[in-house]
Design a protein around this ligand. Structure first.
Ligand code: GLU
Length: 483
């Protein structure tokens, strides 16, 4: 907690230049978990000042992505493009304080300076040509498009010494001020720059902790210089290590999913995905499976690792399978229904069908994703005359030797008083005894006839959920095929 205000206030501040990817989702989640853990507030801020790269579509997909992950801001979303007057006020204040100054160097002039510096083996930097000799109030005039002589506003950064801050994850970070030149805070068209808007907003929004990706650690010294110039107390910083792909390179499009929605469409449950990304760089003992409430209860910044995390799809699948097991068939039905609908099945009318729920309860133990679950239910939704038999399986199991047993099975199923898993099991046992055949042979033949394949949930469950009428129709069709 900060001393100047007792409430934790964190923010998720995406730049809307693309969809919500894994790294961004994890940053958002860590902020959300920290806010919940501490009873603080999460502020959403859309950093859309880069007008060329920001799009309303990206804003929408980021907000939808957060929604899928059940991450809700307590305040916002605030849009930086709607806050230009605030940044301009701060820029004027910095000019009046003498901590910022106008600079009329043109791009060509700056290039020449940099070239010369490079030639001398120096780090290319702004040469502070227009920096006033002393800290003294400057005219509070800001640049704008119509200026006769274009200029920018630069921040007057210290020339010597070291910028030091204690990162809550990485420890002490030191940067010599020599490395920080007098950077631009307002461009010649009047627009504020990234580091400047972040600081102004973090001050205005009374942010207590900045939790963000490690790729921002190099911005922090510049931001601290701005806090100092404004005589504002900086927040605490926690830079979260990167996420790497299996090849140990920074996670990117190359590794497959570019957006969290790709995981949604690959059939991962939101809570499983959240569980998995929470574990990327954070842990709580040996525990792997967490409910959201547990994550909120256990999450601390101290438990975040310093070293990068590796994204492991096999592990994500395992986590997903574990979460699917904790959901009832009734809960899974609408989620699987979406995938079935996408495959052209009219599952909507049967989302409340207890037989469908029972099937999902049987299937969920052996499937890793909702896509696999939907795949495993296809035979249940296909019309009886649409079952396509896997030719290899049919050839192997639907053989002439099994036809007498199948014929009797059809008869007995038709006559059975009760039609449930237990009764069907007894019926099968009686039949294999009288026919002197193996259960495996009968079960596989029936499985192929009913589902089209040789893999399915337990056979008596298949028979029960499919219902007597469809079972008889499908068995008859199979029998006709063998004959
Ligand atoms: N807008 C920045 C980004 O999307 C984040 C800035 C910050 O967290 O300070 O990478």
């Amino acid at each position: 907690m900060t001393d100047n205000c007792n409430q934790v206030r964190v923010r998720f501040a995406p730049s809307p230049t693309g969809s919500l990817h894994v790294g961004g989702a994890r940053t958002a989640l860590f902020n959300a978990l920290f806010a919940r853990h501490t009873g603080g507030k999460l502020i959403l801020r859309i950093e859309d000042t880069d007008l060329e790269r920001s799009t309303p579509e990206a804003v929408e997909t980021i907000l939808k992505g957060l929604d899928w992950l059940d991450i809700k801001g307590d305040e916002g979303p605030f849009y930086q493009t709607q806050r230009f007057e605030i940044y301009r006020d701060y820029a004027r204040r910095l000019l009046e304080l003498g901590h910022a100054y106008p600079c009329t160097c043109t791009a060509a002039q700056l290039d020449t300076v940099r070239e010369a510096q490079r030639a001398r083996g120096e780090k290319p930097q702004y040469n502070r040509l227009h920096r006033p000799a002393e800290i003294a109030p400057q005219p509070a005039r800001l640049p704008g498009k119509g200026d006769a002589e274009p200029f920018v506003i630069r921040l007057r950064a210290p020339l010597s010494g070291t910028c030091v801050f204690d990162d809550l994850i990485l420890g002490q970070i030191e940067t010599p001020f020599e490395e920080i030149d007098d950077f631009v805070i307002v461009r010649s068209d009047g627009s504020p720059t990234y580091n400047f808007t972040v600081v102004v907003d973090d001050i205005e929004m009374r942010i207590s902790h900045v939790i963000r990706g490690m790729d921002h650690v190099s911005n922090t010294p510049k931001q601290l210089v701005i806090y100092d110039a404004l005589e504002a107390k900086p927040p605490l910083f926690a830079h979260v290590p990167m996420i790497l792909g299996a090849d140990k390179k920074k996670l990117s499009k190359r590794h497959g999913a570019t957006s969290v929605f790709e995981y949604k469409s690959e059939g991962y449950l939101s809570e499983a995905f959240v569980n998995y990304i929470a574990r990327l760089g954070w842990g709580h003992g040996d525990q792997e499976i967490f409910t959201r409430t547990e994550l909120e209860e256990y999450f601390t910044l101290e438990a975040i690792n310093k070293s990068p995390a590796v994204f492991d799809t096999t592990k994500l699948q395992w986590v997903n399978a574990e979460h699917m097991k904790t959901r009832s068939g009734a809960e899974l039905a609408p989620l699987v229904g979406e995938f079935l609908a996408a495959q052209g099945f009219r599952a909507a009318g049967r989302l409340h069908d207890p037989a469908f729920h029972k099937l999902l309860d049987g299937l969920k133990e052996r499937k890793k994703t909702l896509v696999e679950l939907a795949e495993g239910c296809r035979w249940f939704f296909l019309a009886d005359d649409q079952i396509e038999l896997d030719q290899k399986a049919a050839k192997k199991f639907l053989v002439p030797a099994i036809t007498p047993a199948l014929t009797k099975l059809i008869e007995r199923i038709g006559q059975a008083q009760l039609y449930g898993e237990a009764e069907l099991e007894t019926l099968f046992n009686d039949l294999i005894a009288s026919e002197q055949i193996k259960m495996a042979d009968l079960a596989q033949a029936v499985r192929v006839a009913l589902t089209g394949t040789s893999v399915s949930p337990p056979i008596f469950l298949v028979l029960e959920v499919l219902g007597r009428e469809s079972v008889v129709t499908r068995l008859r069709a199979a029998l006709n095929m063998v004959r």
